[in-house]
Design a protein around this ligand. Structure first.
Ligand code: SAM
Length: 458
């Protein structure tokens, strides 16, 4: 791997005698990881479903190192949302934020959704997760990943952090700032990160990170938690951002983080005027210490200040027709009402179940307002792919279960209809009992409702 000479010199200067081991690790292949969707199955269950070799990721109970050279993103279990492909070090971040069920949690820079899916799994079907992404184009992958994950109580917004802070203020129990950074920790995985790296880029990122952390802090309630993370080694983007933030904020305090295999942050890399002993509470994951890429994580708690009061959400009424069609769909097809503990909300012809305890959205740019239930099509209700993936197979009596290697499953994922006699109406398609999409059966033929954009071509 060819890295810029200025990067080599900087790291040699920082690491001294450790630099040789660091550069030796950078010349090795990167580690492959996947994280089990504990909303759908237990962490140790996945290995019983797949013939691949795994090893546990020490800092993440649902994380696995994948030891075989296979293509996990192409397996139908991936399409069913049983796991997320994630670099193992990145799994430390949501563990550090440690969201609790029933909390209000914000992921401020969420696309493509690695940490957001992890947070949603840790929260179960409780509380509310807001996953925000500033770049409109990147919200697409965020939506797809959270949809496949079966996340129900997640709001996806497309906003600037500034607008969110102005709108909501200090109301979140936990906020994650997984900051855009110079990406040095991803050099083994991303040639683009190497091409785009420069000392100037590091300085530019550091300025942007200061602003982002400052804005994020405005969203944390008193007693609430803030995690700041990057995937870079540069002290300017890590310890220095935290030390400068704390110099301005006596209302926040660093808290110790225990992540097996991680090293402490480096107070000795701070400029003299910023040195502080609690910097050892932050952690660094190094590729020459453990199997994973480079990461930095800091956990802060807000210790004083005042909270924002929760404003009342204004509810737009859902038309009687839509309500009636949804009711007849779910009573005919499902054994449960997935909107039972939520409020129905319509955006044009799209129907959503927004968690009753979601924060007010009003004029914000909302991409998904909770669980997308489906669409009003003339005189009938068409369930969404999101709904299929958020259900359990036991919620739908009329279903068609296929094995992962069944030729019919491949045909279904390609978008073909299937000749399968059975009860007419909406059919939940499942793989090994896990929902993967909808079909609609009439006269023994299941018409394909697998989304066109997700269909496979081989
Ligand atoms: N958390 C994501 C995950 O785990 O999949 C990765 C986030 S990535 C490290 C950083 C994100 O910050 C990108 O999606 C990028 O679009 C977003 N971003 C870039 N500039 C930003 C800014 N000024 N404010 C907020 N987010 C920004």
């Amino acid at each position: 791997m060819d890295v810029p000479i200025a990067f080599v010199e900087r790291m040699r200067g920082l690491l001294g005698g450790e630099a040789a081991a660091f550069f030796a690790a950078l010349s090795q292949p990167s580690a492959t990881g996947l994280r089990v969707n504990t909303r759908k199955l237990a962490s140790n269950q996945l290995a019983t479903f797949l013939p691949w070799s795994f090893e546990a990721v020490p800092w993440c109970p649902s994380g696995l190192h994948l030891l075989d050279n296979v293509q996990p993103g192409k397996h139908p279990y991936h399409a069913a949302g049983l796991y997320y492909l994630q670099e193992p070090s990145a799994m430390a971040v949501a563990e550090a934020l440690a969201p609790q069920p029933d909390e209000l949690v914000l992921d401020l820079a969420a696309a493509p959704g690695g940490k957001a899916t992890h947070l949603a799994a840790l929260m179960g079907n409780h509380g509310v997760l807001v996953a925000n992404e500033i770049e409109r184009g990147r919200t697409r992958s965020l939506v797809q990943n959270l949809e496949r994950w079966g996340a129900r109580r997640t709001i996806i917004t497309n906003e600037t952090p500034q607008r969110l802070a102005d709108h909501w203020g200090a109301m979140f129990d936990r906020v994650l700032v997984d900051a855009p950074c110079s990406g040095e920790g991803m050099f083994r995985k991303s040639p683009v990160a190497i091409d785009e790296w420069s000392v100037d880029a590091v300085q530019g990122c550091a300025v942007r990170q200061q602003h982002l952390l400052e804005t994020a802090a405005r969203l944390v309630r008193v007693g609430g938690w803030l995690v700041y993370s990057t995937c870079t080694f540069a002290p300017e983007e890590n310890e220095q951002v935290i030390a400068q933030f704390l110099a301005r904020h006596s209302d926040f305090a660093l808290q110790p983080l225990q992540l097996p295999g991680a090293a402490s942050g480096r107070a000795d890399w701070l400029p003299a005027e910023l040195v502080r002993s609690d910097m050892e509470y932050t952690v660094r994951l190094w590729p020459h210490h453990m199997r994973g890429e480079g990461h930095f994580v800091a956990l802060l708690q807000r210790t004083s200040g005042s909270d924002a009061s929760m404003k009342q959400r204004s509810i737009q009424p859902v038309s009687r027709l839509m309500r009636a069609l949804w009711h007849s769909f779910h009573t005919a097809t499902l054994t449960t009402d997935p909107a039972e503990d939520a409020t129905l909300l319509a955006f044009g012809k799209q129907l959503y179940a927004i968690p009753a305890d979601a924060p007010p959205l009003d004029t914000l740019g909302v991409v998904r307002a909770g669980l997308w239930l489906g669409t009003l099509q003339r005189d009938r209700f068409e369930p969404s792919h999101s709904l299929a993936l958020a259900l359990q197979s036991s919620n739908v009596p009329n279903r068609c279960d296929l094995a992962p290697d069944d030729e019919r499953l491949r045909l279904y994922l390609q978008g073909h209809p299937l000749h399968e006699p059975g009860e007419s109406g909406w059919v939940l398609m499942t793989v090994s009992g896990f929902p993967i999409g909808w079909g609609r059966r009439a006269q023994g033929i299941i018409k394909n409702a697998y989304p066109k954009g997700l269909r496979i071509h081989n």
